[in-house]
Design a binder for this molecule. Structure first.
Ligand SMILES: Cc1ncc(COP(=O)(O)O)c(C=O)c1O
Length: 425
C-alpha cells in the first residue's frame, strides 16, 4: 500500500520520524497517546504566510484557539507573531510569554465585562466587536477604567466558505459578525460612545478553506463596504481579514494557495490605506502535529473490522465533530501484510468515538504504533476528560531534540476541582 508522503512526518528507512527523531522513541519515553509537534515546521508555516503577505507587512496574529500550549506560543512569538485571542485567559497565556499587548487582538462573540476590563488594562491592540450590545458594554467598561477601547467591527459578509458547516462563520445564519447594514449603523454610533474608537473592520468567513473563491468574494464585499464607511466620514486604520487558510489533510488535497488571496487582500488594504491584520491558526500549527497511539485490539465485527487504539475522541474530536479526515501512518512501515478496510476507534463509550471510518489500511497488529497526522490544530486544544481519561503528554521536536511541553495528566488531576460536601463523607 502506498503511504502518503507527509511534509513533516517522514520515513527514514521504515521508521516514521519528526525532525530526525524516531517517533517510536518518543512513544517509548512518554507513552501513548502523545502529541508530537515540529518546531521547525511551525516556523516554516508562519514564515510562509509572512512571505506571501510581505508587501503589506501585516500583523500576523496566530489564532491561539488552534493550539495554546506555551511552548508553541513562544516559538511563534520569537518569529515575531502577533496573537488572536478569544478569551482573557488566552490573552494571559500570551502575555505570560512576554508578548507585548499591542500584538494581541481580542475577538469572540461573548466577551464578559471582566474580560473586557482585563484586556483594556493590558492594552490590547484591538477588540473585534460583534454586536451593538457588546459595543455598549465595552464603552461602559472603558469609561469606567478611563480608557478608550480600539475597536474593529466584525462584519458578516454572508459568503459561503465552502467548508464544513460547523466551521463556516461568514453566513448570515452564523452567530458571528454583523450584517453590513448593522455594521454601518454601529460604525456611526461608535462616534457617540466616548469609550470607543473605531479603528477598522474585521471579517473571518470560516476555517479550512481550500479555494480562492470565498476569500475573493469576501474581499469584494469589504471593498464596497469600506468605500461606504469612507463616504460616511469614517477614517479607518486597520483591515483584519481573519484566517481560514486550509491545509492538506490527505494526499489528494493541496493547501490553499496563498498567492492570489494575498494579492487581493494586499490590494484591498492598500487601496483603502489600511494596515493589514491576519489571524491564521490551522495553517500555522495544523500540519506540524501528530497524535501517536498504540493498537490495543483488532476486532473483526460482522459488518466492520475495528482497530481499537488508546487514543480517542477525547484527544482528537475532529472526526466526530466535523466528519474530518486525518491520515493515519504506521510508525513502522512494512511491505507485507493484509490490506483491510477498517474503522480506527478509541475506547470511549460513544459510537462517535472514531479516528477514521472505512479506511483502507494495512492491518496493524496488537501493540503496533500509529500516528494520526495533521493533528496540530484544534485537537489538543479541544481535548477533554470524558470517561475520566487523562489528557496526554505533548512533545516538541526542535533542532534534533525532543522536549516535553505538557505533562500527561494524572488521576489526581481528574478530581482536583471536585468538592465533596461534609455530609457525604
Ligand atoms: C475570528 C477567527 N479568527 C481566526 C480563526 C482561525 O482560523 P483558522 O484556524 O482556520 O486559520 C478563527 C477560527 O475559526 C476565528 O473564528
Amino acid at each position: 500500500m502506498e503511504l502518503r508522503k507527509h511534509p513533516v512526518f517522514t520515513y527514514k528507512g521504515n521508521a516514521l520520524t519528526c525532525g530526525g527523531i524516531s517517533l517510536a522513541d518518543i512513544a517509548a519515553e512518554h507513552g501513548t497517546p502523545v502529541f508530537v509537534y515540529s518546531a521547525d515546521a511551525l516556523r516554516k508555516n508562519y514564515q510562509r504566510i509572512r512571505k506571501a503577505f510581505a508587501a503589506a507587512k501585516p500583523l500576523i496574529a496566530y489564532s491561539v484557539k488552534a493550539n495554546s500550549n506555551a511552548a508553541i506560543l513562544r516559538v511563534l512569538a520569537a518569529e515575531g507573531a502577533g496573537f488572536d485571542v478569544v478569551s482573557a485567559n488566552e490573552m494571559d497565556r500570551v502575555l505570560a510569554c512576554g508578548v507585548a499587548a499591542e500584538r494581541i487582538i481580542f475577538a469572540g462573540v461573548g466577551k464578559t465585562t471582566d474580560e473586557m476590563a482585563r484586556a483594556l488594562r493590558a492594552g490590547v491592540k484591538e477588540f473585534n466587536v460583534e454586536s451593538p450590545a457588546e459595543a455598549d458594554r465595552l464603552d461602559e467598561v472603558a469609561r469606567r477604567l478611563k480608557r478608550v477601547a480600539p475597536v474593529a467591527i466584525r462584519v458578516n459578509p454572508n459568503v459561503d466558505a465552502k467548508t464544513h458547516k460547523f466551521i463556516a462563520t461568514g453566513k448570515k445564519e452564523n452567530k458571528f459578525g454583523m450584517s453590513l447594514d448593522a455594521a454601518r449603523d454601529l460604525a456611526c454610533r461608535i462616534g457617540e460612545l466616548p469609550g470607543l474608537r473605531l479603528d477598522g473592520i474585521h471579517a473571518h468567513i470560516g476555517s479550512q478553506i481550500l479555494q480562492a473563491g470565498p476569500h475573493a468574494e469576501a474581499a469584494d464585499i469589504l471593498d464596497t463596504f469600506l468605500a461606504t464607511l469612507k463616504a460616511d466620514g469614517h477614517q479607518l486604520r486597520t483591515l483584519n481579514f481573519g484566517g481560514g487558510f486550509g491545509i492538506a489533510y490527505s494526499g489528494e488535497q493541496q493547501p490553499l494557495d496563498l498567492k492570489p488571496i494575498a494579492a487581493t487582500v494586499i490590494g484591498l488594504a492598500k487601496k483603502h490605506g489600511l494596515s493589514l491584520l491576519l489571524e491564521p491558526g490551522r495553517s500555522v500549527i495544523g500540519p506540524t502535529g501528530a497524535l501517536l497511539t498504540s493498537v490495543q485490539y483488532i476486532k473483526r465485527g460482522s459488518a466492520r473490522t475495528f482497530v481499537i487504539v488508546d487514543a480517542a475522541m477525547t484527544e482528537l474530536i475532529r472526526p466526530a465533530l466535523y466528519e474530518a479526515h486525518h491520515d493515519i501512518l504506521p510508525l513502522v512501515k512494512s511491505k507485507k501484510g493484509e490490506v483491510v478496510t477498517a474503522d480506527v476507534v478509541g475506547p470511549v463509550c460513544e459510537s462517535g468515538d472514531f479516528l477514521a471510518q472505512e479506511r483502507e489500511m494495512m492491518l496493524p497488529a496488537q501493540d503496533d504504533l500509529l500516528a494520526v497526522v495533521d493533528a496540530g490544530a484544534y485537537c489538543s486544544a479541544m481535548s477533554s476528560n470524558y470517561n475520566s481519561r487523562t489528557r496526554p503528554a505533548e512533545v516538541l521536536v526542535d533542532d534534533g531534540k525532543a522536549y516535553l511541553i505538557r505533562r500527561r495528566e494524572t488521576k489526581a488531576d481528574l478530581t482536583r476541582h471536585e468538592v465533596v460536601p461534609e455530609y457525604l463523607k
